[in-house]
Design a protein around this ligand. Structure first.
Ligand SMILES: Nc1ncnc2c1ncn2[C@@H]1O[C@H](COP(=O)(O)OP(=O)(O)OP(=O)(O)O)[C@@H](O)[C@H]1O
Length: 422
């Protein structure tokens, strides 16, 4: 069946996965011994079908509990489907639950041989690969200490270096990359990009539409265990976005009695603004790359629970950041309604713009919206710092400042679009 198309590396046909839920471990044992079913059944996946061709990069999206991890584990072969069929070609490597297979009492180095044997790297090949893995994971002397003494970040380094030591035909990545420090995340992204450029097929599960958009040709949206959409990335992400907004709007209606959002001071500085939502941020602490200041010109002082008001009709934002080494970073910016929809997202790398290097080695971009084309309302802004490729997010100040904008003419609607009358 797989030989029909020589480029097919993975074929998933009508796959379903049932988890059996027992009231207690004793009930499970009883079911095993008597053969009588005493479980409740939960189908985490139903009728999932799709094909993957050589060199494609597919992003898997969906709500919590939609079945993404289950699907990835089935593809990696660590779980078996209850229904349907999965066919694979070549070496399939999964970056899932990194480090779960290590033996805690063995040293990191011994675990390379032990873990390597589990993923098909024999002793002789490991002898050849070891120096490269050791250099990549940068664990130094800790490599000869037992893994049980490692921090989770150290375990992830070792595991990532091991599982990606040999380029696979298919690489399966769970949200594993959300862990680890800034420096290491960048190395991971670079290695994955290099695999991608040399024809490796990648299946990538993430809660970050940004990464899916930048890395993937196609996206698979799972909803309550079924494939809701599978196709070209932008179309699927757009549909998913509409779904999320509708769901949030419905949640907002039931939640509307909530207190007004806090207003943050005009300039927040030195890498750790108290109002940062750090959900997707890599590591803004320590000596890494980070946003230093974000200044919004012409804002009044906030009054009580009322946000600061933009005094003019131009919005001018100056973002200063510390980069990493000699690398030129990229800077992003987003405006959203305080309670409602996103309005615009911009980034230097998307616009072909370049942050300016200042005398002290920091970087700065000034973003100007002349005659801000918004109608009156309350808005919230976010600033982002990316690496030079725009793939690794070094820092984000998410929804860190609310402001009110007053457009002199009270018109309905949200924005003034470029237009002409004739
Ligand atoms: N071992 C298990 N036993 C029973 N139910 C499970 C098990 N693992 C997952 N589930 C259930 O299966 C469903 C799918 O879970 P899964 O972890 O695949 O979702 P997900 O899309 O990866 O979620 P998240 O984004 O939160 O990681 C969920 O309802 C979950 O509670």
């Amino acid at each position: 069946m797989m030989s029909v198309d020589p480029d097919l590396v993975l074929s998933v046909q009508s796959v379903g996965k049932e988890y059996k839920l027992y009231a207690s471990p004793r009930a499970r044992l009883k079911a095993l011994l008597t053969g009588r079913a005493t479980h409740r059944s939960h189908w985490a996946l139903r009728e999932v079908s799709f094909d993957l061709r050589r060199g494609e990069c597919i992003g898997v999206i969906g709500d919590n509990g939609a079945g993404k991890s289950t699907l990835l584990k089935l593809l990696a072969g660590t779980l078996h489907p209850s229904r349907g069929h999965i066919a694979r070609v070549g070496r399939v490597t999964a970056i899932l639950e990194l480090g779960a297979g290590f033996h805690p009492d063995f040293s990191g180095r011994d675990n390379l041989y032990f873990g390597g044997s589990l993923i098909g790297i024999d002793h002789d090949e490991m002898v050849r690969l070891e120096p490269e893995i050791v250099a990549f994971c940068e664990l130094g002397e800790a490599l000869d200490r037992p893994v049980k003494t490692y921090s989770s970040g150290m375990t992830v380094r070792l595991a990532f270096a091991l599982v990606t030591a040999v380029q696979p035909d298919v690489l399966i990545i769970d949200e594993a990359l959300a862990v680890g420090d800034q420096n290491f995340q960048k190395k991971c992204v670079e290695r994955i990009t290099a695999f991608r450029n040399s024809g490796c097929t990648i299946l990538f599960c993430s809660h970050s539409p940004y990464h899916i958009r930048h890395l993937c040709d196609r996206a698979l949206w799972l909803k309550a265990g079924r494939v809701e959409q599978f196709g070209e990335t932008e179309g699927v992400l757009a549909a998913y976005d509409v779904y999320i907004r509708e769901r949030e709007a419905a949640a907002q209606q039931t939640f509307d009695a909530e207190e007004p959002s806090a207003v943050v001071e005009g300039v927040v500085s030195e890498c750790s603004p108290s109002a940062v939502s750090s959900a997707r941020k890599v590591d803004a602490l320590g000596a890494g790359a980070c946003i230093l200041t974000v200044e919004v010109a012409d804002l009044s002082e906030p009054m009580g629970d009322q946000p600061a008001v933009l005094q003019g009709q131009d919005l001018v934002v100056t973002i200063t950041a510390r980069g990493r080494g000699d690398e030129r970073p990229n800077i992003g910016f987003m405006i959203e309604q305080s309670k409602g929809v996103g309005i615009t997202s911009l980034a230097t790398h998307e616009d072909g713009a370049v942050p300016t290097k200042l005398g002290d080695g920091t970087w700065r971009s000034v973003l100007r919206f002349p005659d801000l084309p918004l109608h009156s309302g309350d808005y919230v802004i976010s600033a982002f710092l990316f690496d030079e490729t725009g793939l690794a997010v070094y820092d984000e100040w998410f929804q860190f400042k609310h402001f009110r904008f007053i457009f002199p003419k009270p018109l309905p609607g949200l924005v003034r679009l470029p237009h002409h009358w004739s």
